[in-house]
Design a protein around this ligand. Structure first.
Ligand code: ZN
Length: 438
């Protein structure tokens, strides 16, 4: 029998993240062939669907978009806490990462993807190693991902693009994985950071972005020290010196941006660049508090990210939503300077813009891909529900997610993962990764 819908969600409050009507109280969503076909208030006239999901008054919203992460760092969760960034990176993380192989990274990616789907994340921008192998895990698991491996070099004299692993992985991603799996997988290009490379590399990556029309992902002005050393070295801020080399000419995604100057913000607005704000990581590594209110005033698109699990230590985007707003309220001594709806937008539609996926995901709207999450209505911490937006940002956490759908497929529901054997993943990590790395 031919059904009108593959999946019909009924009896829910819907956060659409469409400004003309951000919330529909008591409505339904019909999904067919991976696409949102109907969004409406009330009850559907026809229940012709392969599967009807009664949401029992829960909240439906677009899947959360994590625009800055290093997923496989899930393997190092809790391994090096309470260090300052430079020390953390050079003494704890880089030596450990030198020992990683594809098997470690794919196991870490699976662990991270499971946690992400469990807590309502449907799309990520991931910068890490062994990304072509991770791409095949993305294909298998069903999450949406923009993947890159950040170019890095401390030894200009001996650097060669032909032998550099990050360069070769980037080219393989572009040639073999870009827009594959119904466009769930994208190849991004990436410069790890200003302080881990130099201008000829920036120009090379910027050209790749331009030639293939790709998003460029880079860490920028995360710490005061990094920002100030760049000014000393080049007489320019990281944003200014990267801009001088054309790094922001294509769609650019800048992680952190804690120490931006106002003129940096003007440059980013001019270039239509995007900033991934990572409040938990920035607090944990004592990097500072990014001024996202000022960025917003300049017209810079700000999205949210968790960063890697070693500096967070979770992939729960609900924490980022709540903190992003609370920090600015405290910073500005103003309870109105940023709202719960701003946080929802940063975690959804702004993330879609940052990934170059605006109009594909990030909103509940007819014609968009069905990346949808359901937040349970009966949770005590969400009751009573005066305003679903407030409930999600101030009341909910990742454990309140009951169902996660990506591209029309339910990947997580009520404790069950459809595409990941989490026990096998944990077993693989215990038997292989722990012995190899630690
Ligand atoms: Zn990072």
């Amino acid at each position: 029998m031919d059904h009108i819908f593959d999946t019909l969600f009924t009896n829910a409050d819907i956060i659409t993240v469409c400004d003309e009507m951000p919330v529909i109280k008591g409505g339904y969503i019909g999904v067919k062939d991976g696409i949102i076909k109907v969004v409406s208030e009330g009850t559907p006239k026809s229940h012709s669907a392969k599967e009807v999901v009664d949401c029992h008054g829960g909240i439906l919203m677009p899947g959360l978009i994590n625009t800055h992460t290093h997923t496989a760092m899930s393997l190092m969760r809790g391994y090096a806490d309470d260090y300052a960034l430079q020390e953390w990176l050079h003494e704890k993380i880089f030596p450990l990462e030198a020992k990683l192989d594809a098997r470690c990274v794919t196991l870490g990616a699976k662990l991270g993807f499971a946690e992400m789907l469990r807590s309502g994340t449907t799309s990520i921008s991931d910068m890490y190693f062994f990304q072509p192998q991770v791409a095949s895990i993305v294909e298998e698991v069903g999450i949406r991902a923009s993947l890159s491996n950040g170019l890095m070099s401390f030894d200009k004299a001996n650097f060669s693009y032909e032998t550099d692993r990050a360069t070769q992985e980037t080219l393989e991603l572009i040639n073999s994985w870009h827009k594959m799996a119904n466009d769930r997988i994208r190849a991004d290009v990436s410069i790890h950071a200003e302080y881990t490379s130099y201008p000829s590399i920036w120009r090379y990556v910027a050209k790749l972005a331009k030639d293939h029309d790709l998003t460029l992902h880079v860490h920028v002005s995360e710490t005061k020290r990094e920002h100030e050393e760049c000014v000393k070295k080049y007489g320019l801020t990281p944003v200014q010196v990267l801009d001088r080399e054309g790094v922001f000419d294509n769609n650019a995604l800048l992680a952190h941006c804690v120490w931006l100057t106002e003129s940096d913000m003007a440059v980013l607005a001019e270039r239509k660049a995007n900033v991934a704000h990572n409040p938990v990581s920035n607090l944990k590594l004592a990097s500072g508090i990014a001024d996202i209110v000022a960025m917003k005033r300049f017209g810079v698109n700000v999205s949210l990210g968790t960063d890697g699990a070693c500096s967070n230590n979770t992939y729960d985007m609900f924490e980022e939503m709540k903190l992003s707003v609370l920090l600015q309220k405290a910073k500005y001594s103003s309870a109105t300077v940023l709202t719960a709806y701003d946080a929802i937008k940063m975690a959804t539609v702004n993330g879609a813009k940052a990934q170059g996926r605006y109009g594909q995901v990030g909103q509940i709207k007819k014609g968009l891909a069905a990346d949808i999450i359901l937040i349970i209505g009966e949770a005590l911490n969400l009751y009573p529900n005066f305003d679903p937006i407030s409930a999600v940002v101030y009341g909910a956490n990742g454990k309140d997610v009951a169902l996660t759908m990506v591209d029309g497929k339910i990947l997580y529901r009520d404790g069950e993962f459809m595409t990941i054997d989490t026990e096998a993943v944990k077993h693989g990590i215990a038997e292989y990764v722990m012995k190899k790395l630690f």
